[in-house]
Design a protein around this ligand. Structure first.
Ligand code: ZN
Length: 393
């Protein structure tokens, strides 16, 4: 089994990457290695597996056997501990120029294992403009054995000067069958559950995995999908908005709480707490307090991002609900994302018109745009709920 086997439904990308990995191996052995490039850009819709594809490619570059999938090198890459692979994840809403400069310095080092030094930049679209400029310089003049792997939703999300220097790998939304097959074979999920999760996640692999394996995720989905039928009056709309925003907050708190605590403990230890009694006080005077404040700011900004992402995921779920309703109203024989609640979809399809359904989808899209513009979530979601109200059930 090779490292590219896990890339579901991405045959074209896999071909390009395997060829490049073979060429890279040739370079390491002293050959010309035609077809290898120092900067790569992985794009594709959310859930298509951009980071996974980049990580598989990193393994193929660092493995002596072009990504066999079972040697030490491959294993270290896949669990994120390979000394020649640096993975950068956005901690907050954007990357600062300082973070990027530090990264570029580290990237310039020679590979410890003699092959490549790989920098995997997840969500490169979140780099600030000055950070992107620093990045551009690094990509323009890469050290001979450094490879940059950038991930972003679409090529347009990066400055043209950066993307024109990258070789592009475009990933596609994998089909329901392919995702279900992955869940069934890799995660041993029963076939019916795998099909349900793949359909409901609409090609979003990690979402499908969460729906198949995590009960809390399934409950959250049920809660979101029960909203449309509950919106019978103004009071119901306001309380549905409150619930949705609160759920997003709780989800963010759950996924950041433990991480924040570990980071804070690590930082305090770095400044001497726990070693000698007086260490912390001396250390804090010398800059620990500043570093702690900086860490807290970063954690706050990360929490905001996760809150926003999880609210957006709920809105996308609502859109999938109304898209199903619309498909039923038009009698289109397409597969429904939410086939498990077919009866509820049918009820709404019968008491409303396709025009009303389209208006509702529009209202959700508008809400997403407003959230993007930093409108208070409660206000934006409340006004959306009012537009979704059902007047005659
Ligand atoms: Zn290997």
């Amino acid at each position: 089994m090779g490292v590219f086997d896990d890339l579901v439904g991405q045959d074209q990308a896999t071909t390009v990457l395997s060829r490049a990995a073979a060429a890279a191996g040739e370079t390491v052995r002293g050959g010309r290695g035609a077809g290898m490039t120092h900067a790569w850009l992985f794009t594709g819709p959310p859930g298509s597996g951009r980071e996974e594809a980049a990580r598989a490619f990193a393994a193929a570059l660092l493995c002596p056997d072009a990504g066999c999938g079972h040697c030490d090198q491959c294993h270290q890459v896949l669990i994120g501990s390979h000394p020649d692979l640096e993975t950068v994840r956005p901690a907050g809403l954007s990357y600062s120029v300082k973070q990027t400069r530090e990264l570029i310095l580290r990237a310039a080092g020679a590979p410890t294992q003699g092959r490549w030094r790989v920098i995997l930049f997840e969500a490169a679209d979140r780099a600030t403009e000055s950070a992107a400029n620093a990045l551009l310089k690094a990509i323009e003049e890469p050290p001979p054995r450094t490879v940059w792997l950038l991930c972003a939703p679409a090529p347009d999300d990066l400055m043209i000067t950066i993307r024109s220097r990258c070789r592009q790998v475009t990933l596609v939304t994998p089909g329901t069958e392919a995702v279900a097959h992955l869940l069934a074979t890799r995660e041993s999920v029963p076939w019916e559950t795998a099909r349900f999760a793949a359909r409901a996640a609409q090609g979003h692999i990690s979402r499908a995995r969460a729906l198949a394996l995590d009960e809390a995720t399934r409950h959250r989905r049920e809660a979101v999908l029960s909203i449309p039928r509950s919106l019978t009056g103004v009071g119901e709309c306001v309380s549905a908005a409150e619930r949705l925003v609160k759920t997003a907050e709780e989800e963010a708190a759950a996924s950041t709480g433990a991480l924040n605590a570990t980071e804070t403990t690590d930082l305090r230890r770095l400044y001497g707490e726990g070693s000698t009694g007086k260490g912390l006080n001396r250390g804090l005077v010398r800059g620990g307090a500043g570093a702690l404040k900086e860490l807290e700011d970063r954690q706050k900004s990360r929490a905001t991002r996760i809150k926003r992402d999880s609210l957006d995921a709920a809105l996308l779920e609502l859109i999938s609900f109304y898209r199903d309703v619309l498909a039923m109203q038009f009698g289109a024989g397409v597969e429904l994302a939410n086939d498990d609640i077919r009866y509820e979809l049918d009820q709404l399809a019968k008491v409303s018109t396709p025009e009303e359904t389209l208006r509702r989808i529009d209202a959700i899209m508008r809400c997403r745009e407003r959230l993007d513009l930093n409108v208070n979530p409660q206000i934006a979601v409340e006004s959306m709920m009012l537009s979704l109200r059902v007047k005659h059930v």
